[in-house]
Design a protein around this ligand. Structure first.
Ligand code: SF4
Ligand code: SF4
Length: 329
């Protein structure tokens, strides 16, 4: 059937800090549950009812206000299948560090090592019901991502990941600060479809402390070493670096990070510009040419190190690449 809609409305579900909604794109999509407005925990059937109603409305030309101006809201033939193929779990705020660039940090006080529940709602009961009732697409069509906050200190993280492993998936993306070692992450890494990333953003204790406000550089290195050793596909453990101007933006900083990656046996590196502080503010601004020089330095350095014997795959985050291509954010 031809109507105005988008893939997120038809196939995604996003668990955000206070909301369960269609997407986490710039426009925010439609909200099916709001912890601000509802006293009870989220109800699976009510969420599915609201989701179905939204799709019916789109078919009948009643469009959600926040989607009307979204570039993804287009008229085309859409398939009838409405199963959830993409799940995002970001309903979690607390973390065991305080990255300078973290957009979540302003919503919480400092960092914590304490394992806790999410502040507003648990995701497990809703997802379990979605799984049991067949609302989630089968494994070969289903993907999910989880971050936050730090997953290793989220109380329901082990249960959630057991559920995802039981359901099956063709792609999973798990993000962590790497500060707390998690047996659950190690278990996830036994599945070659799991991609795991730690954005370490440093190659020395000093820079790590400056950016993350924790003296845990050595601990993160040790944990990463263990994860890499135990992963069935070592190229799925990505050690990332966000260039934060004024904090880790010298060639020496980048070199130290690549040295660290070599030392711990990392096989997949990725570098990125900082978008965490808010893409909306940056849009249309030219990028600082120094950032491009640093990325070029990284690419050259990795290429040289790979010349004699292959050490790692290395990439530039896709959005950063596009920004360099067009010259502005
Ligand atoms: S149309 Fe845009 S804002 Fe609406 S759900 Fe889709 S991606 Fe999100
Ligand atoms: S690791 Fe992630 S959630 Fe934690 S402070 Fe850094 S950016 Fe924020």
């Amino acid at each position: 059937m031809k109507f105005r809609c988008c893939n997120h409305i038809l196939h995604s579900i996003n668990f955000m800090l206070k909301y369960i909604q269609t997407c986490n794109e710039l426009h925010g999509g439609e909200i099916f549950y709001s912890a601000d407005d509802e006293k009870n925990p989220p109800d699976c059937e009510e969420i599915m009812r609201r989701r179905n109603q939204l799709i019916e409305n789109c078919k009948n030309g009643i469009y959600p206000e926040r989607c009307k101006t979204c570039p993804q809201f287009i008229e085309q033939e859409w398939e009838d299948n409405q199963q959830i193929t993409k799940l995002s779990i970001f309903h979690w705020l607390h973390c065991n560090c305080e990255c300078e660039y973290c957009f979540q940090a302003k919503h919480r006080k400092g960092s914590t090592d304490e394992v806790q529940k999410s502040m507003y709602f648990d995701a497990y009961p809703v997802l379990k019901e979605m799984h049991d009732k067949g609302y989630l697409a089968p494994a070969d069509k289903f993907q999910f991502e989880i971050g936050g906050g730090e997953v290793a200190i989220l109380e329901e993280f082990p249960k959630l990941m057991d559920l995802m492993l039981e359901h099956g998936f063709y792609y999973a993306y798990v993000m962590s600060s790497g500060i707390a070692y998690s047996e659950t992450i190690t278990k996830m890494l036994q599945n070659p479809k799991t991609r795991f990333s730690v954005t370490i953003s440093a190659g020395s204790r000093e820079v790590f402390k400056r950016i993350k406000k924790r003296d845990k550089f050595e601990q993160v290195k040790e944990n990463l070493k263990k994860y890499i050793e135990k992963a069935v596909d070592k190229t799925k453990v990505c050690v990332r670096y966000i260039i934060d101007e004024g904090y880790n933006d010298t060639e020496k900083d980048i070199k130290d990070w690549i040295d660290t990656c070599e030392e711990i046996g990392a096989q997949f590196l990725e570098i990125s510009l900082d978008f965490c502080r808010g893409f909306e503010k940056l849009q249309g601004q030219p990028y600082n040419p120094h950032l491009k020089e640093l990325v070029d330095y990284y690419l050259k350095e990795c290429e040289q190190r790979n010349e004699n014997s292959h050490k790692f795959y290395y990439s530039v985050d896709r959005t950063s690449e596009l920004i360099f291509e067009r010259g502005y954010y």
